[in-house]
Design a protein around this ligand. Structure first.
Ligand code: ZN
Ligand code: MG
Length: 453
């Protein structure tokens, strides 16, 4: 028997497939209007979605020489470094078919002068809020921001994010002061100042109007969506644990959620003074906790107990000594056939380089020489900073540490390129982490280091 829910789920997935088909057709035909209507912040198609042959819209538009479409897709955040199953990027496809103006458009976008491409920015790393850290001690100023008409609140309950409960792609449900003031008056909560700016920044019209909006984030205790006082506050809380749903947010929102969730998670767990055990008060707009005991040692000298903690993790893509393979490992908790870069928490008194070499050696027995920095990624579950490196092996023999890893192996560029293009739901062969993970971006960079697969 088919339930009502099954029928509406099926209808929703048919509508989504239909929308995707229109999106890819528009990219092949150079129809910018349809691309605008089907993708972007308020529509359901992800700009980097792949068709059944693993081609993205940018690749299709590049194949057919549609310069304006390519320009629109790049400016809408399309990833020009994606590759098809043969390891070709949109630029290589355009070049193969002699679409010189498309090649020039992509090159212009990738040039060091293009401010969006100065460095690799990972998911959870885009945050346009001006944190104004120098104003956090100005209680009067921050209090005055809280009740302004334009001020927006990002609401969590037990560290789960409040979103609209429509069927669109997950997005923060921002609330105004009027909408939260009763809840704040009646419920136990932590509140922090995020910063000023315009967070839903895709729409330039909105940006110029609201570029100085103040944002706060609140973590409510023991409040679910049913306990919200007003009918107009329809929504739901998402993101328990590692929270794959939080990876579906627009990237402009993901960075702010990373900031908010990490700081709120710290408040949630560090309620007492680590030095003397007395209760602490929240201070500096949410970026410090101060011991209530005036005689406590923590009030003198330099301490790291009063500030939100960040836990650095070194994550490494190791290249074999002949440069042809990369080292990936799998933990028991991973989905079947998934392998990822090796990683580990840094220890006190350890450089990033030494932590990376130690973790790789302990887990796989492979010795790493030279290391290069790639990029970093805030990971708000609860407060890691992933530091991504490319490492060059000086020995290739693997001896797996069975406690930490189930397996570790060398993979060829073809294997990795195919896995990157095939995505997470692949039915056979190697699976690599999704594009939101820095591991995916490290693997992609390696595959692109030389296009000769
Ligand atoms: Zn104390
Ligand atoms: Mg480890």
């Amino acid at each position: 028997m088919t339930s009502k829910d099954d029928v509406s789920n099926l209808q929703a997935s048919n509508a989504q497939n239909e929308m995707l088909a229109r999106f890819f057709r528009a990219a092949s035909d150079g129809d910018v209007g349809t691309i605008r209507r089907t993708s972007g912040l308020f529509n359901s198609v992800d700009i980097d979605e792949r068709n059944s042959n693993s081609w993205s819209a940018l690749m299709l538009a590049s194949r057919n020489g549609h310069k304006e479409t390519v320009d629109h897709l790049l400016n809408s955040g399309a990833d020009s470094t994606l590759m098809n199953k043969s390891g070709q990027t949109a630029r290589q496809i355009a070049s193969f078919w002699n679409h010189d103006s498309v090649v020039a458009t992509i090159d212009k976008f990738l040039s060091p002068k293009s401010k969006t491409r100065l460095e690799h920015v990972n998911y959870f790393g885009t945050n346009s809020a001006d944190r104004q850290s120098y104003r956090r001690k100005d209680v009067e100023y921050v209090e005055s921001l809280k009740c302004q008409k334009s001020t927006k609140y990002i609401v969590f309950s037990d560290l789960q994010l409040f979103r609209s409960n429509d069927n669109r792609r997950p997005s923060i449900r921002f609330l105004s002061y009027d909408q939260v003031k009763d809840i704040l008056a009646n419920a136990n909560h932590d509140i922090i100042y995020i910063g000023n700016g315009c967070i839903t920044g895709n729409d330039t019209a909105v940006e110029s109007e609201a570029s100085n909006t103040a944002y706060f984030a609140v973590n409510l205790k023991d409040i679910n969506e049913e306990k919200f006082p007003s009918e107009s506050l329809k929504g739901e809380f998402i993101g328990k644990g590692y929270a794959p749903t939080l990876m579906l947010l627009p990237k402009e929102e993901a960075g702010v959620v990373a900031q908010a969730r990490s700081v709120l998670a710290w408040h949630d767990r560090y309620r007492f003074c680590p030095t003397c055990g007395t209760e602490t008060n929240i201070a500096e707009s949410g970026y410090k906790r101060i011991c209530k005991d005036a005689d406590c040692r923590s009030h003198q000298g330099v301490h790291n107990t009063c500030f939100p903690r960040i836990d650095p993790v070194a994550i490494v893509l190791v290249i074999s000594s002949d440069g042809k393979k990369c080292l990936l490992g799998r933990q028991r908790r991973f989905p079947p056939r998934m392998y990822s870069c090796l990683a580990g928490f840094m220890e006190p008194g350890e450089s990033i380089e030494d932590a990376a070499r130690r973790e790789v050696f302990e887990e796989s027995g492979v010795k790493v020489g030279r290391l290069e920095y790639h990029s970093s990624q805030p990971w708000p579950f609860p407060g890691q900073l992933m530091i991504g490196l490319i490492g060059h092996a000086i020995t290739d023999d693997i001896e797996v540490d069975q406690v930490e890893l189930e397996d570790a192996k060398w993979f060829t560029k073809v294997e990795v390129a195919e896995a990157l293009a095939a995505g997470f739901k692949r039915s056979e062969g190697l699976i690599v982490p999704p594009k939101h993970a820095i591991a995916h971006q490290l693997q992609k960079s390696w595959v692109q280091m030389s296009s000769n697969l």
